[in-house]
Design a protein around this ligand. Sequence first.
Ligand code: UDP
Length: 328
Amino acid sequence: MKRILITGAAGFLGSHLCDRFIKDGYHVIGMDNLITGNLKNIEHLFKLEQFEFYNHDISKFIHVPGQLDFILHFASPASPIDYLKIPIQTLKVGSLGVHNCLGLAKSKKARILIASTSEVYGDPEIHPQHEGYWGNVNPVGPRGVYDEAKRFQEAITMAYHNFHGLETRIARIFNTYGPRMRLNDGRVLPAFIGQAIRGEDLTVFGDGSQTRSFCYVDDLVEGIVRLLHSDCADPVNLGNPAEITIDQFAQEIIELTNTQQKVVYKGLPIDDPKQRRPDISKANKLLDWTPLIDRKEGLDRTYAYFLGLTKEELMATEHNDFDKYIIN
Ligand code: UDP
């Protein structure tokens, strides 16, 4: 049985990856320090023999007994509100954490895939974004702690590949959504759905003309699996190119939830990218991968998940302090 370590296992993407690799017959070792992850996302796996979990901060030395065939490095805070609240941990997991993961991969002769991000392109000056674009990142802005950590992460991963001959893969993940997103992590989809369910107005930042392209989590997971098993060490974009303005997105959530609430406009957060859409021709060609689930279907499934949360979970708004990261 192949053994795979998944860091960030209790998070949104990490937990879906645990499910997928269990389903594919792997022994899965989940690791998370639960700063932003939630054990609820993986509690259904604890009864399985092929699953084990370590509550560990990967910024510190990682010890995993036995052989390892693969490592998926998905541990990191991943929303602008998280970066503001825990900037140092965000930098540490993307630098010290990835270094420890790479060292572990080297000692176990394991192949490692790291979760990078469209944030390496910053506020992009070209559209759509292809892998050859080097980005437009503000290193000292509020997003700098995430963006620069992820850029460093790509650099050190490539260095381990070139210098140590380590088998490495780099996934540049664009906005992804689905069940198990944290309701109050500040990301736009859980923010809008949470507001609609609680009977609050939907907060669009800026004039809502900024764009994003949302990928359903199952499509993303399929892309990760294919990339892991490919022979491509260069970064590969994974995302859904279906682009939408945030204003249109708010309207879609209003229709989805049938809410009577309206949209209210707030200031635009610092360095909020104006446009984002992945060029996925590389993934398409190398991995024969393309997203299959359209936004209507994906949003229906995601809304069903949020409706299944407890009343307390739905009403918890303590992380919804958007005003903290808005400038005007
Ligand atoms: N956004 C918004 N209202 C919210 C939360 C976010 O209009 O309540 C906007 C945000 O300013 C950004 C977009 O939605 O332009 C996506 O934000 P998110 O934090 O989900 O992801 P990212 O900016 O990292 O792509």
